[in-house]
Design a binder for this molecule. Structure first.
Ligand SMILES: Cc1ncc(COP(=O)(O)O)c(C=O)c1O
Length: 449
């Protein structure tokens, strides 16, 4: 996979079921298989999977009447109908959150949350570097500095042990990211936040129904942010939400996302606070409302299949499943694992990905070290950032990227495939395992081609 092949373009390709191939053979134990393996598809053999994975996003005809009603009513804006607030109540209930506020997108949910938690120009926010670029951008939009703590390659999430050394007098918040739906170590992160009086914004944009020690992700920090963009496990084209156990914070979010209008406990003296328009439309809400049951059912299927894969992929030399925190459950937006080329006779990760793709199992390397992509150089060279930080701080900030050794390793060794593959049946999972075993068994030849 080329570096420029982003997670979203990868998801689009995988979701379209673009690999239409035929399958031959049944899964076998790894040792037995090594002796009798079929030729890998990349070397002219028959692919392990026939193609035709579940396409994504999905549409159901029985969602149409409610949606048509909204369009025909002319009540499209959240203020002229009840669907958005019904969605908010339903989503809060689903997560066990006290409140929910719907937004236009996951990015706007993050922007609103940071504002409400008083992240201001010149502040610093500690964030996971291993994430979609929107997590960085939301912090930059507040004219704050995204300061990266390191990634734990075993969990792919923020390593709590790397947070405290990054805290300065300007740090206001920590933004853990439940990447691919994998819950972060929230107890340790919250304890650090409490000790240093920092706010916690959970980027749960890929983590609908993920659980950490009996609590749903998005309800554990001060505010949790979700995305319902087209590729997501519960999509509405675009859309987002903020969840919280605090009435007061959600009222503040409501005001800020609705042009600063006074709301609930955030009445002030009745006049406007600062604000923007980050509202969800009625049509987005109607599409989302109708997917709650689907999300619950499909999450259970993804988990059962992911558990099966995780119990088996570790038996293949060079493949390691991701470690989940104790008593937690992933939402599996992507299913990720770690690849060790040394145990595949030096075969590069790109070659492994190509070999798996040829077997009918589209997967990819997902995130690279994005802090070297130019976005942060552009930000810290800007007039505003130069006004807000000293040259010495900005130089030290730029130099600190090379300390992110765990993240570098994570970026170089992770391989993942999208959630729609996990909606297949057990035979589909066996074919994924078979593809991996086949590629492993033939890695000496594959590594040379
Ligand atoms: C981890 C993460 N954060 C934030 C976002 C931003 O969400 P949206 O695309 O809805 O603005 C996404 C979306 O892909 C995401 O994956």
């Amino acid at each position: 996979m080329k570096d420029s092949f982003t997670r979203r373009s990868f998801i689009r390709t995988a979701a379209a079921g673009s690999v239409a191939l035929s399958w031959l053979g049944a899964s076998q134990a790894p040792q037995a298989f090594a002796a009798s393996a079929d030729k890998p598809a990349l070397l002219g053999g028959t692919p392990a999977h026939a193609g035709g994975w579940t396409a994504w996003p999905q549409w159901r005809e029985d969602w149409e009447p409610e949606l048509l009603k909204v369009w025909r009513s002319g009540r499209w804006f959240r203020g002229s109908g009840g669907h958005v607030s019904e969605f908010e109540q339903g989503y809060a209930k689903l997560l066990g959150a006290r409140r929910c506020l719907a937004t236009a997108s996951g990015t706007t949910a993050l922007i609103v949350s940071l504002h409400v938690l008083d992240v201001d120009a010149g502040d610093e926010v500690i964030v996971s570097p291993y994430t979609f670029i929107a997590s960085y951008n939301a912090i930059l939009s507040a004219k704050a500095l995204p300061v990266f703590a390191d990634t734990d390659p075993a969990t792919l999430t923020l390593d709590p042990a790397s947070i405290e050394s990054r805290i300065t007098e300007r740090t206001r918040a920590i933004m853990p990211v439940h990447i691919f739906g994998l819950p972060c170590e929230m107890d340790a992160i919250n304890a650090i936040a409490r000790k240093h009086k920092l706010a916690v914004v959970e980027d749960a944009c890929q983590a609908w129904l993920a659980e950490y020690k009996g609590h749903k992700c998005g309800t554990i920090g001060d505010l949790g942010c979700f995305s319902f963009q087209e590729s997501k496990n519960i999509p509405s084209g675009e859309g987002g939400a903020i969840t919280s156990m605090s009435e007061e914070l959600i009222d503040k979010c409501d005001s800020f996302h609705n042009c600063g209008r006074a709301v609930g406990t955030n009445k002030g003296n009745g006049s406007f606070t600062r604000g923007n328009n980050y509202r969800m439309t009625q049509a987005q809400a109607v599409i989302l409302q109708q997917q709650f049951d689907k999300l619950v059912k499909e999450t259970a299927i993804r988990r059962a299949n992911a558990d099966y894969l995780s119990a088996n992929i570790g038996k293949i030399p060079g493949i390691t499943p991701v470690r989940l925190p104790e008593n937690s459950k992933s939402a599996y937006h992507l299913y990720a694992f770690r690849y060790d080329g040394a145990q595949f006779h030096g075969m590069s990760r790109d070659k492994f990905i190509r070999a798996m793709g040829a077997e009918g199992v589209p997967c990819g390397g997902i995130y690279r070290e994005q802090y070297y992509d130019g976005l942060l150089d552009e930000a810290i060279a800007s007039r505003g950032f130069k006004r807000l930080w000293s040259d010495a701080r900005l130089k030290a900030y730029r130099d600190s990227f090379k300390e992110l050794k765990g993240n570098k390793q994570t970026c170089e060794t992770t391989v993942a495939f999208t959630q729609n593959l996990l909606l297949s049946d057990r035979a589909g999972m066996d074919q994924i395992l078979e593809a991996m075993r086949k590629v492993q068994a033939h890695s000496p030849e594959l590594a040379k081609t």
